[in-house]
Write a protein that binds this ligand. Sequence first.
Ligand code: ANZ
Ligand code: ZN
Length: 825
Amino acid sequence: MEKYNHGEIEKKWQKKWAETNIYRATESQEKPKYYVLDMFPYPSGAGLHVGHPKGYIATDVFARMKMMQGFNVLHPMGWDAFGLPAENYAIKNKIHPRIAVEQNIAAFKSQLEKFGFTYDWDREINTSEPRFYRWTQWIFLQLFKQGLAYQSKEPINWCPSCKTGLANEDLEGGKCERCGSEIERKPMRQWVLKITDYADRLLADLQELPDWEESIKEMQKNWIGKSEGATIKFPISDSKNPNDQKYLEVFTTRLDTIYGCTYCVVAPEHPLLLELGERIKNREEVERYVEESKKKTDLDRMEAKEKTGVELEGVKVINPFNQEELPLFVADYVLAHYGTGAVMAVPAHDQRDFEFAKKYNLPIKCVIVPWQKDGFLGEQDDQAKKIYEQIKAGQVCYVDYGGLVNSGEYDNLTSEQAKEKLVEWLDKEKLGGKKINYKLQDWVFSRQRYWGEPIPIIHCEKCGTVPVPEKDLPVLLPEVEKYEPTGTGESPLAGIAEWVNVPCPVCGAAAKRETNTMPQWAGSSWYYLRFIDPNNEQSLVGEEKDKYWSPVDFYVGGAEHATRHLIYARFWHKFLYDLGAVNHKEPFTRLQHVGLILAEDGRKMSKRWGNVINPDEIIDKYGADALRIYEMFMGPFSQAVAWNTNGLIGARKFLDKLWRLNEKVASDYRDSRALLALGQKTIKKVGQDIADFKLNTAVSSLMILVNELGQAEKISNNLYESLVKLLAPFAPHLAEELWEKPGHQESIFEEEWPRYDQALVADEELEIPIMINGKLRDTLKVAPEIAEEEIKKLALAKIKVKKWLAGQEPQKFIYIKGRAVNILV
Ligand code: ANZ
Ligand code: ZN
């Protein structure tokens, strides 16, 4: 038999698939649809390394199985081509970004093609092409018309090296996520999207996504950061003019601690500082402090080890509950953009206030005791009493809930009860009330850069901010000679007079185009919709096609997108849903994150470390199928695993072995009972594992079967064909070749996925005796590989077991693997 020549085979089948258009998706009504999507890449100049395609291989395996299971599969690919990464590459290499992007896309595509993916290239999209970004601009116009895109002049994050404003989401530890520069705060005109209007729905609808990983939902929850609390107005004492009573409004989540407030704090940006003016006796000192804090980022301020601040001399605030007069500070541990930019400080029960009070010798007043029961302070044990003494002495800060003391008429209530009563009082006195706050802030949406979608707005002196009429879309990004950022806070577009100067669409007077561009996240916030209907000239996606293909059934990509991309896309999707432009509330039904492939040395693969492995070389030497198998076999899909060339060689050997099995196939042969059973179990396991994205164990069960078949004298045609079909999602070229050999005319991907006979896989279950105190009381049927916790749950749930336990907690639960359960009471 000839040798397994991967080079020839892979080329042959890739050509054939392209000729027969086998992966082209149309809206067939006969089959159920399945839309599987990869997070599309930005075409960087460095090309693909072996880590990038891991997710693409996995979705491809999945897509191929779905095809064979009778689904009409959509599996598209495209390019996230606008934005900083592409532009910074272009600047560094002195190539125009458009040309750099073209070259990089060509290089990426030729690399991807070698893997033999099921992409429907007819649907390829590129976010930097006018036919695509026309619709990105259209969405912006709708946001503007609905009041969800507005201009602001607040200080924003400015990267001095990328020379552009950035959103909070673009920072990593207070630094620019792209280039690592320290971020400055700079006031400038910018476009902002009101994502906060959707905060509640972005949070609540996470519950409708059972097939998202919990960890990603958790990250979104934290990013949205809903907190329920109250606002309180503290009168500012000593108002010279009683008709002009000023108040300090604070936000707190711990109204129950109000009697423990010993001072208040405003952020350095708080407007009250200006309003109070002369009344602050140490104004100069305060102003110096405010200047100093401008140099710090929010993150520095939150994480500072030493809290700093300055008391506003001559100003006091009054706790409205007990009329106590309290000092007021300015301190930068309070952030301007959260809550009201001011806090009531309770050092006994808040860690930051505790540290601050210690440093400035402020009183610490304990108002919460570390025990409570149904409104009575009954449950004190010695430990709790000891802690209480320490809180009272100002030695520790107690941040949990408990029971109230030193709180006037609210004494003896629990924290929860007190909060209710206290807020009622505030409401009645009109001194505050319930308030929900979000950490999520509006999305700073403009960039002072060249390589992005122009914002479709015209500024007219008479008419103000005028949207570009929809019929004039797209607003083309003009050609420029100088695309480097200017650093002046204006984008390079501002220098192109012919482009900037236009008549006002409303009054016809001379007006100017908006010269800011959109951030790199714009196109990716809706691209998955365009794949459904890439050539539609009338709308961003046709209603019927959206109804047919949406939502994305399965979305796979990097965990670094857990908040940014996935929150932005959900926001735009919900907005489009409200407009009636799409049919579903959520864009992605199931979500899975990819674990990185690390270099052989355990570090991240990077040019910088010189440890990058190029897939082209691997594919030349071992074949795409071997690489595909290896990457799926490396380890659990969502975990980071280091590359290991020996593993790759092992994968190749497995395929060689499989190739040789062909010689043993005999159509009239009857396999041994054991082999037959193993075949059936493998069918069940591979199908289930692919569905659950346990791709490594799917490969390992294929390996077990191939090993067994290697020992057999002969193999029935039936069993062999099942094996080839199970292999097909992982090693599609080889499977096609093996399928064609005996004379099959159609592609294996038009074949049906093998079925198994329930009866033949049933013996997998073990019958486990359950003993209680050594006596047999019941039995349990379980899979042999069942985990201890799992069997414990099942055993304790059995009615007979419950009866014998009669409500007692078992003292000990012993599982002797595969043999017996023993419960001791
Ligand atoms: C009094 C208090 C007492 C507080 C106590 C906590 C514990 P989350 O849960 O993150 O929403 N806070 C309010 N606005 C702030 C701002 N602009 N900058 C910094 N801190 C701010 O946190 C809400 C709590 O953070 C609020 O509740 C407030 O401190 C503080 F024992 O009020 B608390
Ligand atoms: Zn005008």
